[in-house]
Design a protein around this ligand. Structure first.
Ligand SMILES: [Fe+2]
Length: 205
């Protein structure tokens, strides 16, 4: 069994100037590729997991042999989260918030700006490395949250029924070359390259 790195749905320079080409290239070909390689190496130790979907593996980490639980959590989560991240990005100006999505954001957060503020707060408030998320709960409500390291909603005891609509990688490798320590500026720039069509599709709006 072998997971593979997918091609990006746009060129490495397509998100300039908000996310620079060098960062995108290193992020995809080095960081993401390493998660894929390490995930495959961990699973190869226990080939009985061959053919399982990554969702299934990450939702049942505690059932894996103890010696690969941590590497699969970190690297499987890394592969899963990055695959998701690339899909919710798009060249600046290529998509916009649909009326239905806007209505949902206003209903849940008060305004689109209030949603963005809450999301940026989650991104900035995550100590160390991790992710900020917009998720749709089972009851249809929208929530902002964050996870540490490469964890995600599949591994979280009280959020396994959440559907993620948007995620932001706040590991330094995602922004340090351009933004250095200014994670807040990166989080603000992110709004220019969100694939709002994908967010709406994931939320069913
Ligand atoms: Fe990353």
């Amino acid at each position: 069994m072998s997971f593979k790195l997918s091609e990006l749905p746009y060129a490495y320079n397509a998100l300039e100037p908000f996310i620079d080409e060098k960062t995108m290239r290193i992020h995809h070909t080095a960081h993401h590729q390493t998660y894929v390689n390490n995930l495959n190496a961990a699973l190869a130790k226990h080939p009985e997991n061959e053919g399982r979907e990554l969702d299934d593996i990450l939702s049942n980490l505690d059932k894996l042999p103890a010696d690969i639980q941590a590497p699969v959590r970190n690297n499987g989560g890394g592969h899963y989260n990055h695959d998701f991240f690339w899909k919710v990005l798009a060249p600046a100006g290529s998509t916009k918030i649909s009326p239905k999505l806007e209505e949902a954001l206003v209903k849940n957060f008060g305004s689109v700006d209030a949603f963005k503020e809450a999301f940026e707060k989650a991104a900035l408030g995550r100590f160390g490395s991790g992710w900020a998320w917009l998720v749709k709960k089972a009851d249809g409500s929208l929530k902002v949250n964050s996870t540490p390291n490469q964890d995600n909603y599949l591994m979280c005891a009280d959020c396994t029924s959440d559907t993620p609509l948007l995620g932001l990688d706040v590991w330094e490798h995602a922004y340090y070359l351009k933004y250095q320590n200014k994670r807040g500026e990166y989080a603000k720039a992110f709004w220019n390259v969100v694939n709002w069509d994908k967010v709406a599709e994931l939320g069913g709006y």
